[in-house]
Design a protein around this ligand. Structure first.
Ligand SMILES: [Fe+2]
Length: 294
């Protein structure tokens, strides 16, 4: 078995980890879950994070063949189109992204949005296998956080997206539209049935209480023994009760609305309006007495 060369890139403003995964034999590589730098107060988008990944790839002599998304993220904008434009890499995501597009199209009144996944270059199905150079990749459908999450098993390393967090932090929320705590539990159990030394790479870290450094790599064994939400012995019903109770207390991610409407378009912004400017949409929800003000 080849062992992939894995470089991680942590984006502290969004607590996101992106990865550059390379084949040591051929230097072919993939970038997983890249971040576009976005300032919500000014609307400015920048390329520092993706440029850093591309520089690392260039220094390592990598050819980027894929940008692999684990799901349509709700906490950062994807840098996938920039990487595609610079390298010719294909953008892949799970085939159930079509469900996510169908859910959010009416929410944003995004009449231009296609809901057939065709903004992406490839839609992965569960169990699909492909190669990055000589590295074997297997796609595992791991829904629950969203209806479309997939994990990428690249030899002995699995990029789990937002199914799991580090053992001391637990699991991702399952209350987004189409999310399902029952499905999340089953997806996690599927991942944790892999060999115990399998390396697991998280998409986020928020530092659990008592831990003062960020971390994003763990193993199946560590998760099974120590995950505060789903260690061995926690039943599906226990997990679902815990997850749902926690989710009711969580507020919407800061970049939820900008992120989703960009990421369901494979990272592209909505089309420019007549004045040549692209706008992001914020659906306004009038609550209580606010309804009488308009
Ligand atoms: Fe997410």
């Amino acid at each position: 078995m080849s062992r992939p060369i894995i470089r991680s890139f942590f984006d502290e403003p969004t607590n996101t980890v992106s990865y550059l995964v390379g084949d040591p034999a051929t230097r072919k590589a993939a970038i997983i879950d890249p971040v576009f730098d976005y300032d919500h107060s000014s609307g400015e988008v920048d390329t520092r994070s993706v440029e850093a990944m591309l520089k690392a790839a260039e220094d390592a002599g990598n050819t980027i063949e894929w940008v692999l998304e684990t799901h349509a993220h709700a906490d950062h904008l994807s840098g996938a189109p920039f990487i595609k434009a610079r390298t010719g890499a294909k953008i892949g995501i799970g085939e159930h992204i079509k469900d996510v597009q169908r859910i959010f199209r009416p929410i944003f009144n995004a009449t231009d949005l296609k809901t057939d996944g065709s903004d992406f270059d490839h839609l992965f199905r569960d169990g699909e296998r492909f190669k990055i150079g000589e590295l074997d990749v297997e796609v595992l459908y791991t829904p629950g956080h969203t209806p479309a999450d997939i994990s990428y098993k690249i030899e002995d390393a699995v990029f789990v997206g937002d199914t799991l967090f580090m053992p001391d932090y637990g699991t991702a929320r399952a209350d987004f539209p189409g999310g399902d705590a029952h499905k999340l539990y089953r997806s996690i159990k599927r991942l944790l049935a892999l060999p115990s030394e399998t390396r697991l790479f998280m998409c986020h870290d928020y530092k659990a209480p008592g831990r003062d450094t960020f971390a994003w790599e763990t193993t199946v064994r560590e998760q099974r023994e120590n995950n505060v939400h789903v260690r061995d012995g926690v039943s599906e019903d226990e997990f679902v009760a815990l997850r749902q109770a926690r989710d009711t207390k969580l507020s919407a991610p800061r970049l939820l609305l900008p992120s989703i409407q960009v990421n369901i378009r494979a990272g592209k912004f909505p089309p420019a309006e007549a004045n040549g400017v692209r706008y992001l949409t914020i659906p306004v929800k009038l609550k209580g007495g606010a309804q009488t003000c308009v």
